[in-house]
Design a protein around this ligand. Structure first.
Ligand SMILES: [Zn+2]
Length: 351
């Protein structure tokens, strides 16, 4: 609050002297194109106002408006599509313990953290909904973890709404039927459910040559083995290695089709776990890995605080889509070596 107050006072002072920097002012031009259903790409501010230091990024709280926030021009990054891979229940420390060689190789060319955080209700459906909607649970309304279609789909604007409205092609290729509840069927071009990691990868490999803008992959088995045999057990490690092999096939398919160089790949999870549960009683349930590689990414260990909602926001940023002002996620600018931008607002109270 004190920081907000100081910022508002500073802004009033600057306005009084007519010296408000352009980048701090709302972007009214953008609202019209968004309302007309044709999200336009708005150039980023020409200069950054913020000081990036090695251990933290200073971001003033912006003035909230009802207009979509402009997104930095993404074309310079060379990203043509995004693949999000979620390993259900994958703890960050399981990656090395299980010997996930493909993922470990990917991490070497990635920006990554092993201390990203899922939402307070660390469960599959609410967590994945936050991952793909950019919203905390109280906003997307997916407060249950069962496949109950009668309760309806998640509410709010998710990443598939954005891609659909922009005429982009999106695919969900998942291992749990209930993930259908994240996005209404008309907002995704394809939705496939398969039982095993190998089958999910095979479906993706078949889809990749016809290209897409957004591909969401979900590998279910680490969670299933965790509930059955325990987290960080050999049974779960085996499931993670199956997922790792499947990830390798998907990356190879991107390579073979000449798409890897223009694809942003995000690997993450919906929650961790301990014993045979992920009920939120231990920090191990909350920490998730967040790994991104592709055009514009600077390989590094990320130091900024990353939350599960940031996956949707980073995807929107990468695809040049407008980030809805109500989203709680913000793009992981640090991964691209870009200073945090004032146009995005993070709701720290959001659960
Ligand atoms: Zn899960």
């Amino acid at each position: 609050m004190k920081r907000d107050f100081i910022f508002v006072v500073a802004l009033i002072f600057l306005q009084a002297y007519n010296t408000v920097p352009e980048a701090w002012q709302p972007a009214p031009v953008y609202a019209a194109s968004y309302a007309a259903g044709s999200p336009a790409r708005t150039p980023a501010p020409a200069t950054s106002l913020f000081i990036v230091q090695q251990d933290h990024i200073i971001t003033p709280t912006p003035i909230l408006t009802n207009e979509p926030t402009p997104t930095a021009e993404p074309i310079q990054l060379g990203i043509e599509r995004v693949v999000i891979v979620s390993f259900d229940g994958m703890r960050p420390d399981a990656i090395e313990a299980a010997g996930m060689t493909n993922l470990l190789n990917l991490i070497e060319s990635s920006a990554y953290t092993f201390t990203a955080r899922t939402i307070s209700y660390s469960a599959t459906l609410p967590g994945h909904t936050s991952m793909l909607s950019g919203l905390c649970m109280e906003k997307h309304g997916m407060r249950w973890n069962g496949n109950n279609l009668y309760r309806g789909y998640a509410v709010g604007t998710n990443i598939f709404d954005l891609t659909h409205d922009a005429g982009m092609k999106s695919i969900m290729d998942v291992g749990k039927e209930k993930l259908r509840l994240i996005a209404e069927p008309e907002t995704t071009d394809d939705f496939e459910v398969h039982a095993t990691e190998a089958q999910i990868a095979a479906a993706a490999v078949e889809l990749i040559p016809s290209d897409f803008d957004l591909l969401f992959i979900h590998f279910p088995s680490a969670d299933l083995m965790g509930h059955k045999h325990g987290w960080m057990t050999n049974a779960q490690f085996g499931a993670l290695r199956e997922g790792d092999a499947a990830l390798g096939k998907i990356l190879a398919a991107l390579d073979e089709n000449g798409m890897r160089e223009t694809t942003l790949v995000i690997v993450t999870a919906d929650h961790g776990g301990h014993d045979k549960t992920h009920d939120g009683t231990l920090i191990e349930d909350y920490h998730i890995p967040w790994i991104v590689s592709g055009p514009g990414v600077i390989p590094q260990q990320l130091t900024s605080s990353i939350r599960i909602m940031d996956t949707a926001a980073t995807t929107a940023y990468a695809l040049g889509l407008p980030i809805p002002p109500e989203w709680d996620g913000i793009p992981v600018y640090e991964a691209f070596g870009v200073a945090a931008q004032d146009v995005h607002y993070r709701n720290e109270d959001c659960e």
